[in-house]
Design a protein around this ligand. Structure first.
Ligand code: ZN
Length: 70
């Protein structure tokens, strides 16, 4: 009766070592990292990267605008 082939999401990805670990683990059994901490750190880095990308685009746009004026 259960729809076969569907694996319930019992795993999460460790952001420290990229291994899948069980959802109920607090610390990664592979690298010993704090999974919540690593996830928060990862999300912070993604946010920082997006911010840096936005700033880069703005800087490029300004440089192009300045070129047009010259
Ligand atoms: Zn790990």
């Amino acid at each position: 009766m259960a729809d076969s082939g569907r694996v319930p999401p019992l795993l999460r990805l460790c952001r420290g070592c990229r291994q899948f670990v069980r959802l109920d683990e607090a610390d990664c059994p592979f690298c010993g990292g704090d999974l919540d901490l690593l996830q928060a750190d990862y999300e912070q880095r993604v946010t920082d990267m997006r911010q840096a990308l936005t700033e880069l685009r703005e800087a490029l746009a300004r440089a192009r605008a300045a070129e047009g004026e010259a």
